[in-house]
Unconditional design. Structure first.
Length: 126
């Protein structure tokens, strides 16, 4: 995975100044998850909110700064560029995390299950 060392300090600052929603997701779910997630990880020319290298999974937490047309376009471009590395990106709104942490955790675990068990056995008889 390409690492941009020029983003190291910025990533460190973002880790120190996480949003309330990022802190909640980290402390209540990702920090103690079975799979190791890192916070504010530089990948290519971006800093992703949470990243699990073993799964190739990125979890992004978006707030109101992601609502204008310019930012929506940037996020789409960013997602396409990161997907070129075979990464899967999940996005959640701050409000989703702050008011529905259980559901967010279920969605993340469901995606992890899809990644770790890509071809579930067929049920029933043929």
């Amino acid at each position: 995975m390409p690492y941009n060392s020029e983003l190291k300090e910025k990533a460190r600052d973002l880790r120190k100044n996480m949003t309330i929603a990022e802190k909640k997701l980290w402390r209540e779910f990702l920090k103690s998850h079975k799979y190791k997630f890192t916070r504010q990880k530089p990948i290519d020319n971006y800093i992703v909110d949470f990243y699990c290298s073993e799964l190739g999974l990125i979890v992004e937490v978006d707030g109101t700064t992601h609502l204008d047309d310019k930012d929506i376009l940037y996020d789409k471009k960013r997602t396409i560029n990161l997907a070129k590395y075979g990464l899967k990106i999940l996005r959640f709104w701050n409000d989703d995390i702050l008011s529905g942490m259980y559901v967010v955790g279920e969605i993340i675990n469901c995606e992890i299950n899809k990644i770790t068990h890509p071809n579930p056995p067929l049920s029933g008889r043929g």
